[in-house]
Design a protein around this ligand. Structure first.
Ligand code: SF4
Length: 260
């Protein structure tokens, strides 16, 4: 359940890197697991160096070990952002990507003026927040929000709060949404918040972890609490145990019921 956010701007801007630095410090400071991605336009590995020669032999990946770093290098003809995201070796809560304005991921636009922001809105998809020196320019902010009232212009603290809300929503979407309270939280939102603060795991959702029976209605999986799962399983097993020819060691049952 990783949230990927791209920080973009029109043209080259140091502001993107500074914003990623500031956001990373904030989230790491609160013990979120953060990864960052940056496109650097030139090859990192140097021709004829040992790592370059290792990869030239056809090795898929070469790891270079320095006194304080492990750098893995993988050749790719046309590296894509998703390939880079797949190469991140731990499950990050948040990945901050510098650039990649054509990606489908939500984006923070770093900008100094309303005009630049308005132009960017025409060309860049899925901009969800605005940042940059525009934040301290009241007239520029007003000019932008008059056209796009649904997109907020945030300072750093407001942005951190907004990203935390996005993180909670992301975890919440992976839970059944029954609000049954069997995980010890009144609502799924409570468990989602606890998962993000490392006080709980997804497995604490009894509906997901019971895993005794699943129900699909017209192709849509219906989340079932522990009790309905036990009932469905008990009734079905009771019927099957009385049928001839059913293997006593059966492992999985598929039952389809027609309603007409
Ligand atoms: S047990 Fe699962 S479905 Fe029930 S409230 Fe907790 S997270 Fe939601």
């Amino acid at each position: 359940m990783t949230l990927v956010i791209c920080v973009v701007s029109r043209g080259r801007s140091n502001g993107k890197t500074c914003l990623i630095e500031a956001l990373t410090k904030k989230f790491v400071g609160e013990e979120f697991r953060v990864a960052t991605v940056k496109c650097i336009h030139i090859d990192f590995d140097t021709a004829k160096k040992d790592t370059w020669l290792h990869l030239k032999t056809g090795a898929t990946v070469t790891a270079a070990i320095t006194p304080t770093e492990i750098i893995t290098i993988r050749r790719s003809k046309a590296p894509l952002l998703d390939e880079a995201l797949g190469a991140i070796y731990f499950e990050a809560d948040l990945v901050l990507v510098e650039g990649y304005e054509k990606s489908p991921y939500p984006k923070i636009l770093y900008t100094d003026t309303a005009l630049a922001a308005l132009a960017a809105m025409k060309n860049i998809s899925n901009i969800v927040m605005i940042s940059g020196s525009i934040v301290s320019k009241a007239k520029e902010r007003e000019m932008f929000t008059a056209k796009f009232p649904e997109i907020r212009v945030y300072d750093l603290e407001e942005m951190v709060s907004a990203i935390k809300e996005m993180l909670v929503k992301k975890v919440l979407r992976s839970l059944p949404g029954l609000n049954c309270g069997h995980c010890g939280h009144d609502t799924c939102l409570g468990l989602a918040e606890a998962i993000l603060s490392r006080e709980a795991n997804r497995e604490d959702c009894e509906v997901l972890s019971t895993n005794l029976a699943t129900l699909e209605v017209d192709g849509i999986v219906i989340p079932l609490g522990k009790f309905p799962q036990q009932i469905l399983r008990g009734v079905t097993m009771g019927v099957l145990n009385n049928l001839k020819g059913v293997d006593k060691h059966l492992k999985k049952i598929k039952l389809t019921i027609k309603t007409e």
